[in-house]
Design a protein around this ligand. Sequence first.
Ligand SMILES: Nc1ncnc2c1ncn2[C@@H]1O[C@H](COP(=O)(O)OP(=O)(O)O)[C@@H](O)[C@H]1O
Ligand SMILES: [Mg+2]
Length: 378
Amino acid sequence: MLSVTSGAQRRAGKVLIVDDNVDLVSQLSAVLLAPASDSAPLSVVTAARGAEALVLAKREGFDVAIVDVKLPDVSGIDLIAQLKDACPFSEVVLITGFASVDAAISALRSGAFAFTLKSFRPEELISTVQQALMKVQLKVERRSLEKRAADAEALSAMGALALNLAHEIRNPLNAAVLQLHLLDRGVDKLECDRDTKDALKKRAAIVGDEIGRLSRLLTEFLELARPRALGREPVHVARLVADVLDLYRETADARGIAIIRDLAADGTTLLGDAEKLKQVVLNLVVNAMEAMKQGGTLSVRVASEADRVEISVSDTGSGIPPEAIEHVFDPFFTTKEAGTGLGLSIVRKIVDQHGGEIRIETEPGRGAHVRVAIPSGK
Ligand SMILES: Nc1ncnc2c1ncn2[C@@H]1O[C@H](COP(=O)(O)OP(=O)(O)O)[C@@H](O)[C@H]1O
Ligand SMILES: [Mg+2]
C-alpha cells in the first residue's frame, strides 16, 4: 500500500531493532509497543543480522533503528551509514553491552543519534527513541514545507504575466471555436462526395478536440493561479457530493462503472466555499473514473467526524504507480495523454484554503482511495 498526504502529518513511527539477542529484542519490542498516553503509537520490525536489516530497510523503510554495536555479520557502527542511505530521513540509536569512551565517540562520529547501554531503563529508551522520532519528523516536515514553498514560488513567479497571457489566449480561442463551428456547418452544405465531406469533418473534429484541451488547460491554470477570496457560507457537503455524482451518472453507466454512495443524512454542513468544494469533488470523481478504463466501482462516502467533514472517493482502477505517487500534487504532473496535471494541484490548493488535509492511498493495479478532511469551521 502506497500513500501520500497533502501536508506534513504526524504519523506512527516505525522502529527497526537490529540485534541477534532474541530475549533482548523481545524485551525491547515490548517496551516500545507498550501504549504511552502522550505519544503516537509505534510499530516495530526486527532483524538479527545487518544484512537482513538492510533488506528490511530498503523494502519497508523505518524511522528509527536501534542497532547493537556487535552484530554477527557486521559492526553496528558500519551499519549506520548504510541504513541511512536506505532511508535518508532516519536516525540510528546504537546500543552496547559495555560502554567505552572510544566506542561512544566513534558511534557519534558515524552519525548515530545516541549511544545507549543495554542496561537501559525502559523510560530512558522510550524517551531516546521519541527524541529521535521527533528529529525524523522535523526533517520530513521541513522537506515537505520546502517543496510547498517552491511550488508556491513557481506559481507566483509565473504570476501576473502568465495570468494576463492566459486571459489573452482565451479570446482568440473562443473566436476559433466559433469559426470552427461555422466551418463544420459549411462543410455540410458543400456539394461534394460523402467521403470528402467525412474526411473534412474529421479534421475539424480533431481541431475542436485540441481547442477543447487548450481551453481546459486555461480554465484550470486560471483556477490555480488566480488569487480569489474564499467564500464562507454553510455548505451541505453530502448534498453537494450527491449533485456532482448525479452529473456523472450517465457517463458512469456508459463506461460500466457502478457508483456506491454512502452519504450521511446530516451533520455534514461546514462553513466554506461551495463552488470550490464542488470543484474538489469533481476533480476527484473525474480522476477516479479516468482510472477505470475497463469499468469498476466508484465508492463515495461523506461522513462527519468530531469537528470535521470527511469526503472519501475510492475506485477500483489502475492505482498510482510507485514512481508517480510523490508527484501527484505537483502542478502539470500527469500520466495521461490529454491530462493537464492541474486537477490535484487545484484540489490541494482549495483544501489548504479550507484548512483541511488530503490523504491518498493506493495499491497499484487495484485502485486508489482519496480522503479529504475539512474542518467544519463552526
Ligand atoms: N484515482 C486515481 N487513480 C490513479 N491515478 C490517479 C488517480 N488520481 C490521480 N492520479 C494520478 O495523478 C496524476 C495527476 O492527477 P491530476 O492532477 O488530476 O491531473 P490529470 O488528471 O490531468 O492527469 C494523474 O495523471 C494520475 O497519474
Ligand atoms: Mg485530473
